[in-house]
Each structure stands twice: as C-alpha cells, then as structure tokens.
Design a protein around this ligand. Structure first.
Ligand SMILES: *[C@@H]1O[C@H](CO)[C@@H](O)[C@H](O)[C@H]1NC(C)=O
Ligand SMILES: *[C@@H]1O[C@H](CO)[C@@H](O)[C@H](O)[C@H]1NC(C)=O
Ligand SMILES: *[C@@H]1O[C@H](CO)[C@@H](O)[C@H](O)[C@H]1NC(C)=O
Ligand SMILES: *[C@@H]1O[C@H](CO)[C@@H](O)[C@H](O)[C@H]1NC(C)=O
Length: 562
C-alpha cells in the first residue's frame, strides 16, 4: 500500500463566499424526489458540450417516438455547453444565444409541454468543465448559488446536474489533479473518521440549500466523480451522486470494470431518494459490444443507478432499443424497495455474482461474464445464499456472450445454511510475515498485515484442513483503499496470489473496500484446493507482479468440501 501525505490545502481559503455559505443552517435533504432512481436522457455521451437547440428538440421527439418516454424515461436533461461566458449586469446566469436561440425558458416550456421533467446543468465551481477556445470560461455557480437556484427554478427546472470543475480555484480544473481528495481522505494510520468531509461539502450543500429555498422541488444530481467518497455524506445532500470518473466517451469494458469495482463498498449507502450514480448510459454508443451494453444496462439497473440514456436516438440500432426497453430490467431499477444489489463473489477473470432483494420478497441475481468468449456457466445458488429457488431469466436464457450477463429473479427460495468459519488472524504469532510485509494497527480492534506483494508475503500456518483436506471455502477480511480515477492494470482492485501448501498460486482479484485505509471488506469468498487433512496446512499470500496485494486481516477457513 502507498501512504500519501496530505498537503492540507484549503479549497476555499480564497473565497469569501464560502464563509457566508457555511453559516447557513444544515438542512438534511428531504425533497421527496427520486423515490426510485431517475430515468431520462442526457446529451453528453453523444454530443459532449456542444449540444444545440436543434439536437435537444430532436432528442425530445425521438424519446417519444421510440416509446422510451412512455416506459419511464421522463427526465429531459441538459449537460454542459448551454451557458454563456458572462452573467448579466445584475449577475444572472445566461445562455449562449447562438446555440440556444429560443432561450432556455422556452425550451423548458417546450419539453414540459411534451410531458417531460426538465433538467438543467451547472457546476459547483468558478467555471464549468469544458473549454471555450482552449480556455475555461463557461459560467459556474460557485458564489451565485442563491441567484442561480432562483433562475433555474424560474425556468421550470425539475432537476439539476451539478459538476465539480474549478471548485478549488479558478485555475485548477480539479478532476484527479490537483487531487482534492487528498485533503479529505487522510492517508495516515490510523486515519480519522472518513465520514467527516466537512471541507468538501460546502459547495454542494450551498446549492442544496439554495434549491430548497426556492420552494420548487428540484432533484439534485451531484457530479463530483466520487473523488471525496460522496456515498458517506451525500445522502443528506443530493438525490444521487456520481461514484466514479466518467464511463466515456468513448466507453470501454475496462471503464465498466473500474466503475463496478468502485461501487463494491458503497452499495449499502443507496436507498429511496439517494442513489449511487454509476454515470450516464453508453447503450447505443460505439465502444461496447451489444452484450457489453446489455450487461452495463442490467448492472446499472440492479445497482439502482439513475438510468439516463445518452445516445443519439435519431436512428438507433434495434439492439439499442431492445436493451433500453426491456421492461423486466427497468422494473429492477424502479423496484419500490430501492435496495442495490451487493457484491457476493468474484471468480477471478471468470465471473462475478451479485444479488439483492426486491420488494415482492424475491431476489435478483446478476452474473457478469468476465471471459472474452461465449460460454455456458453453472451458477452455484449458494453464492447468493440459497439451496434451491425458482428462477426467471430476465434477459433470454441463451449461452452467456463474451462479457454478457445473466439476470435471474429468484423466488420461493430455500435458504442455504450459513457456513461457519474458523478464524485465522493475519497478525498472529503463527503467521509468517516476510519479505517486507508488516503489521499495521488500524484501530483498537483491527490489525492487518500490509505490504504484501513486491516481495512481501504473508503465510498462515497451522490451518486446519479437516478430516478430508481437498477444496475449502475460504473467506478473507481485507483492506484495499487503492482507488483510481483512470484505468490501471486492476482498476479499483488489487490482486493477491494465494497458494495452499506451496502448490500453484491462484489469482484473487479484490475490489476496493473503501476510500480510506480503515474501512475493511469482510467475507470475500474464494475456493482453494490442495488442503491436506489435519491442522498442518499453510496458505501463502503474495503478488509476483511488482504490485501490492490488499492488507489482510483474517483468513477464515470453512472446513467443508466445496
Ligand atoms: C466576458 O467574460 C470574459 C471571460 O471571463 C471576459 O474576458 C470578458 O471581458 C467578458 N465580457 C464582458 C462584456 O463582460
Ligand atoms: C456559442 O455557440 C456557438 C454555436 O454552437 C459556438 O460556436 C460558440 O463557441 C459558443 N460560444 C460559447 C462561448 O460557448
Ligand atoms: C480479455 O481480453 C483482454 C484484451 O485482450 C485481456 O487484457 C484480458 O485479460 C482478457 N480477459 C480474460 C478474462 O481473459
Ligand atoms: C475499526 O475498524 C473497523 C473496520 O473498518 C470498524 O468496523 C470498527 O468499527 C473500527 N473499530 C473502532 C473501535 O473504531
């Protein structure tokens, strides 16, 4: 693991506005909106920041003609590029009259007339994200929250997407560099409570409070790309928060993998009115195969992400509409229980199993095929806690395509008994900690072994293989806060290689457990073979690839044959 020191920069030190805003009383978000995730359309993945009035108007009629609107895609949203570069003399935000000649109020009225809700876009910083002639100039709302909230609602806004560029200073784009997260996520051991991100919230709470003050219900879509661990504070601020950097454009399967790993530790923070936003949809866009688009859509739906179509619907491929119009998958997203699927098991480089409850008492299970080829797959129901269940296939039931998904609704299930484990603490005297690996005290109850990899190894000894030996279910407790903004070899995950009794090591790919080094993941299951009968087994963790493995706390061995 790497230890980065915080430069301790104060993002608002140069802003008097901030002082005034901070004085506003805290009001928890209680706007009664988005009891299920927002569904709608946003231009960004298709038209970036240069969307014209004509493109907006065409998109609105396409949503109606394709039947998408009647399936629930009701938010018609703006993204960057509509703004001007200057406020009016009285400080009111204005639009680019060349791009939007009829004006925003008229456009808002038009889409309301078609039965849509109307979404606008702004930025929590000095400028919004994109460039005009190579320079940042589009207007952001920092310091103008009260005025802009009034203006947006006077235009009939029902939704505000609120970006994060230039929120540090007029010259720092923000993005991943300078990394404002460094000031919030304290990389020291033991780290302070990560939930206290008081330094980062004000530019978002200011707009939340300004919107509330208008009296018009406006869904608040926070877009700070997950850099300040928003899931831990944003439920009181926004109706949704982006959890990760952009999915595109262009989209890629690697981006999907990066985002899926990033949501692993925070699925439990989402619920009615407050959602993890995995980003706009890429269904219909170049860069993902049809099977990948379907997996992306099903995963977003079952993780209760907002479903915002972001493609040119002028002449959509049949597959695009087939995916977006699957009412069974839409129903997962709009399920009134509002509970995200959670990570259940990863068969490294093979497939993932996720599952979660639905309002009717059934369970949805999502299997993602990481293989680059089509295959059939035997799904072990015990991975989602059942011995038996009735299954309905929510896609179609054929073989799993490369990067395809299987989405099953399981009902009338008989629960499998929970496995009971023997606990082997990593930082015990029976462990062999070698090659640079060392123990780290996280807090009064948790001690882990870190610096595994790059030569460092952790070996559990005296592990009981029961009377039979063979293959065991092993459950791991670990910490991995190595999260990333751009793709790496293992984006938002770390690999450990695990070898039993010196046998061939298996690769275990472990997603981040949180964004600071004191948040652990409990119960990462892996099946390991080569155990011998009796209590003389060794289990070694390493990483031969010049990279770190996660910090290990426990290995929990379930001594039954899998
Ligand atoms: C408009 O804004 C730009 C960039 O901030 C500035 O250079 C220019 O002077 C402004 N124009 C007017 C008329 O205020
Ligand atoms: C305004 O819109 C026109 C037409 O799309 C574009 O050429 C111009 O760059 C835009 N100006 C700004 C300041 O965004
Ligand atoms: C799939 O193909 C990519 C690109 O060739 C490769 O990096 C990746 O390891 C492959 N995945 C599996 C599971 O074989
Ligand atoms: C120690 O850290 C663990 C893992 O995040 C956490 O569950 C536990 O509540 C913490 N205990 C204390 C005493 O802070």
């Amino acid at each position: 693991m790497e230890i980065l020191e915080s430069p301790g920069l104060d993002i608002f030190s140069d802003s008097e506005t901030f002082v005034a805003l901070q004085a506003l009383a805290f009001v928890g978000l209680n706007n009664d909106l988005e009891r299920t995730p927002a569904m709608g359309w946003n231009p960004y993945n298709a038209f970036l920041c240069s969307t014209t009035e004509e493109q907006y108007l065409t998109a609105a009629s396409n949503l109606i003609d394709t039947g998408l609107k009647s399936l629930g895609y009701e938010y018609f949203n703006f993204d960057c590029g509509w703004q001007g570069t200057n406020r009016t003399a009285s400080g009111t935000i204005t639009w680019n009259e060349t791009r939007i000649p009829s004006g925003i109020p008229a456009l808002g009225q038009h889409v309301h007339g078609l039965g849509f809700k109307f979404g606008v876009y702004s930025d929590a910083g000095y400028y919004s994200c994109d460039f005009v002639n190579g320079q940042a100039h589009w207007i952001g709302s920092l310091g103008y929250e009260l005025s802009d909230a009034k203006t947006f609602t006077s235009w009939g806004a029902d939704y505000l997407k609120y970006d994060n560029c230039y929120s540090v200073s007029p010259t720092d784009f923000v993005d991943d560099y300078p990394p404002i997260r460094l000031e919030v996520i304290v990389f020291s051991f033991p780290s302070s409570n990560n939930a206290d991100s008081s330094k980062s919230k004000p530019h978002y709470t200011a707009m939340r409070d300004a919107l509330a003050g208008t009296g018009r219900p406006v869904a608040f879509s926070m877009c700070e790309w997950g850099v300040q661990d928003p899931a831990r504070w944003a439920p009181a601020v926004g109706n949704s928060w982006r959890i990760a950097n952009d999915i595109g454009p262009p989209p890629s399967w690697d981006n999907v993998f990066r985002i899926i790993n990033q949501v692993v530790p925070i699925t439990g923070f989402a619920g009615p009115g407050a959602w993890n936003d995995l980003d706009l949809l890429e269904v219909g866009n170049e860069g993902l195969s049809v099977a990948e688009q379907a997996s992306h859509f099903a995963f977003w739906a079952a993780a209760k992400s907002p479903l915002l179509v972001s493609t040119d619907l002028t002449s959509p491929a049949e597959s695009t509409l087939t995916i977006l119009k699957n009412t069974r998958i839409i129903a997962l997203n709009q399920d009134p229980l509002g509970t995200s699927i959670t990570f259940k098991r990863r068969y490294t480089n093979d497939y993932d199993v996720w599952a979660g409850p639905l309002a009717d008492g059934s369970t949805v299970a999502v299997l993602l095929n990481w293989q680059n080829s089509s295959r059939s797959l035997t799904f072990d129901l015990s991975d989602v806690g059942f011995e038996s269940a009735e299954a309905i296939d929510l896609w179609t039931g054929d073989n799993l395509a490369a990067h395809g998904s299987l989405v099953l609704k399981l009902a009338d299930g008989a629960e499998a008994p929970a496995p009971s484990f023997f606990y082997y603490p990593a930082a015990a005297s029976s462990s062999v900690i070698a090659g640079g690996a060392s123990t780290r005290v996280v807090n009064s109850t948790v001690t882990v072994v870190g610096y595994i990899g790059m030569g460092g190894t952790l070996t559990f000894t005296n592990v009981d293989g029961g009377t039979t030996g063979g293959t065991k279910l092993v459950s791991l407790d670990y910490i991995n806060a190595d999260y990333t903004f751009t793709n790496t070899a293992c984006s938002n995950c770390r690999n450990a290689w695990v070898s039993v009794n010196g046998g061939e090591a298996v690769q275990v790919q472990m997603p981040i457990s949180g964004q600071s080094w004191d948040i652990k993941f409990s119960g990462y299951y892996v099946g390991l073979s080569d155990f011998i009968p009796g209590a003389n087994n060794t289990v070694e963790f390493s990483n031969p690839n010049n990279a770190w493995a996660p910090d290990m706390q426990f290995e929990n061995c379930y001594c039954r044959n899998e």
